[in-house]
Design a protein around this ligand. Structure first.
Ligand code: FAD
Ligand code: NAD
Length: 363
């Protein structure tokens, strides 16, 4: 493969192979890494072109071929993490013997830094749209049948749409359909649906247009992006989530894994009570699950608000960050408007938290 990699010597580059029987074509990719998970593999097949991308640490391995013959839409992806093998199994449309897998296209069999790989978008269909609050909606997108994507926890996707003749793209963080723990499979298992919680701004360049989309309309969605790695959570006992507004979205998927922690606490900042996303669901989760606690803090409350008020501050953070037991291993995740996140990080450092105890969600 072509590669700009310095850290992967040539013998560590992935390689692939293919074979067939009467009914199927199988591509086997040997990643040469032990910790390959299904969510690191994306597969697309459109107009006869197969695209397979595997993320290996900070690198991207790509196969891009115009297949010799047509295959059916359902494509299976099998990942054997322990040996690092990925198998893509496609069903032949016609029962013929393939002499060749296909024609290589640009960047086929390349292994480059992830940041050097151009973002790939596929066409998704809007299948439902429902209110979460007065200005925020849950959009459900259906992936093409032949696409395999699992968005890893803490990562986001880009939506792209042509507005007044110009292509605009903005990042959004997929969430689960709701906070019911048994719907966890919607994120963790392969799903054909992606849910996005999007706040519509009165003068928002992108969100005003997204809001105009009708059920059945198409829009483009990218492969997952972002730096968050599940391994950050491995030894964490107390998980503290500090969110403001739609900065709640990356926290949703962390909540799905509630049982992996001794305690998860969410401090959720909003302007007004009716801006709080999934307020009742969060209260319900706290009521039914003693591992979870939530507190709402309003910056522009009405007089009848009896809860906490104000903006992010050292006293609020100090009180919030009490450990479940002495010595517990902690991680603090923070997300919201840029100024909010920056202030939060500064305050956390001021009260003695080191950088490795803090994860800030940003682009
Ligand atoms: P814009 O036209 O950009 O404006 C938005 C609002 O901000 C308007 O009211 C505008 O007046 C105001 N504004 C714009 N620029 C400024 C400025 N410089 N100073 C003060 N005010 C300004 N959003 C979600 O709703 N859900 C998500 O899950 C989500 N995930 C994200 C993930 C990442 C990694 C990032 C970086 C952002 C995420 N966002 C999310 C925000 C999203 O990407 C867009 O920024 C948002 O939807 C606004 O888009 P817009 O074009 O409609 O608004
Ligand atoms: P908002 O304007 O409704 O504000 C929510 C709360 O944030 C306020 O109540 C206040 O407590 C705090 N806040 C707002 N502006 C502040 C400021 N200038 N300084 C300090 N605190 C402030 O929030 P929103 O419109 O829902 O915006 C959410 C933000 O989160 C967006 O900027 C979005 O880009 C960002 N976001 C980022 C990611 C990510 O990076 N992964 C994911 C989702 C959302």
């Amino acid at each position: 493969p072509k590669a700009t990699s310095q850290s992967f010597t040539k013998d560590l580059w992935p390689r692939y192979d293919w074979f067939q029987n009467d009914l199927t074509i199988t591509i086997a990719i040997y990643s040469k890494q032990k910790d390959i998970a299904s969510e690191l593999v994306t597969v697309d097949y459109e107009d006869g072109i197969l695209r397979v991308e595997i993320i290996i640490e900070d690198y991207s391995y790509l196969l891009r071929l115009e297949l010799s013959h047509a295959v059916k839409e359902e494509i299976a992806v099998h990942v054997s993490g322990t040996v690092g093998k990925v198998e893509i199994v496609m069903k032949k449309k016609d029962n013929i013997f393939w002499k060749k897998l296909g024609q290589s296209l640009d960047n086929h069999n390349s292994f480059v830094k992830r940041t050097e790989r151009e973002l790939f978008y596929r066409k998704c269909r809007l299948v439902s749209k429902s209110y979460v609050t007065h200005n925020t909606k849950l959009f459900c997108l259906m992936l093409p049948h032949s696409t395999h994507i699992m968005v890893p926890v803490g990562q986001h996707v880009y939506l792209k749409h042509t507005i007044a003749g110009t292509e605009i793209s903005k990042p959004y963080t997929p969430v689960s359909q709701d906070l019911q723990l048994d719907s966890k499979e919607l994120i963790l298992n392969e799903s054909k649906y992606i849910y996005l919680m999007i706040k519509i701004y009165p003068n928002g360049a992108f969100t005003q247009e997204i809001d105009k989309l009708q059920i059945g309309d198409n829009l483009l969605m990218s492969s997952p992006q972002g730096n968050f790695r599940k391994s950050l959570l491995h030894t964490v006992e107390d998980l503290f989530l500090v969110a403001a507004g739609t900065g709640f979205t990356p926290m949703v998927n962390l909540l799905a894994d509630i049982c992996s922690f001794r305690k998860i606490k969410l401090m959720f900042f909003n302007r007004r009570e009716d801006d709080i996303l999934w307020k009742e669901q969060l209260e319900q989760l706290a009521f039914t699950n003693e591992r979870f606690e939530v507190q709402f803090i309003l910056s522009e409350p009405t007089d009848d608000w009896t809860g906490k008020r104000g903006n992010i501050s050292i006293p609020l953070l100090t009180e919030f960050l009490k450990r479940s037991h002495e010595e517990s291993r902690r991680l603090i995740c923070i997300c919201g408007p840029t100024t909010f996140t920056e202030q939060g990080i500064r305050f956390l450092k001021d009260i003695g938290y080191s950088e490795e105890k803090i994860y800030a969600f940003t682009e």
